[in-house]
Design a protein around this ligand. Sequence first.
Ligand code: KG4
Ligand code: ZN
Length: 347
Amino acid sequence: TTEPIVLGIESSCDETGVGIVRGNRLLANAVSSSMDEHVRFGGVIPEIAARAHLEAFVPTLQAALDTAELTLDDIDAIAVTSGPGLAGALMVGVSAAKALALATGKPLYGINHLVAHVGVGVLEGTILPPTFGALLVSGGHTEILKVTSLTNDVQLLGSTIDDAAGEAYDKTARLLGLGYPGGPAIDKAAKEGDRKAFRFPRGLTLPKFVGNEENPGKHRHNFSFSGLKTAVARCVEHFEANGEEIPVADIAASFQEAVVDVITSKAVRAMQEHGLKTVLLGGGVAANTRLRELLAARCGSAGISLVVPPFSLCTDNGGMVAALGAQLVADGVAPSGLDFATDSSQP
Ligand code: KG4
Ligand code: ZN
């Protein structure tokens, strides 16, 4: 038997991604980002992202096919992100995927973006047990997942009730005048600062949210970053009001410590509660130096193994969509047909 070749298409935010896998081997992972066009607005503008996908799709598809040295005739199935994400952006990728499926007669799978992030776990070089946990942290999501089966059993253990972690980085960086995207800027500034300079709030860690063993609180695995953002704003205002210089590096380091402390402690706790021995890290914030350091340390002490895929597979990309698509094909899951909708708020 020859392993199926699957094309994966991703367009849920600012990255146009087309990836190709054969079985569990990644053959190509072409990505075009419209981030440069959003920088001057300090955030992703949905309309601009959608237009950029329209322009970038065919060249990105061609780049992926060229890298894999394949043509569309060689593709056995097509997978595309149907949600969650920006509605207009999703529609470009899904429309393109439907057109390709209609023209080539290949089966089409509409898939969930969050599950696709976890789908990189099937690619060769990644060793995961049958049931594992995942921590996804990016500009759009902050989730803890329990993955029993990629095709039909992915459980959401916790998520943010307000801002995503990356969004908190971006908003805080703006407050500190560090530019956009804020994650890398804060990561860098924090290296010169004292992470104990300020004690910023750790969202949803109070006993009333966390509960206890008999009565677990419903927010024990959830995140909140809006209080932290406000605390940083008050801190900056305090220095401004006194005409003092803002200690940017110390604030950045202390902010980062608050985010990373909560994320890592909650992730480890969720793994322990569910008896999960392995956690996969994904999303753009996975690039964060302090997050990697503290998560590795805390997983280490808890006897949990941490899997961090290459950064190109952590940020939004088509390879992860193709990888999940290949798993669906391998598990004999029926294709989606050509009439499914996009769902920007799909859980
Ligand atoms: O996964 P991604 O490329 O796009 C989505 O949001 O889906 O993630 C982008 C986010 C941005 O919020 C950016 O500020 C954050 O990831 N980020 C970081 C770092 N590099 C990127 N956050 C913290 N530390 C970093 N080194
Ligand atoms: Zn994503």
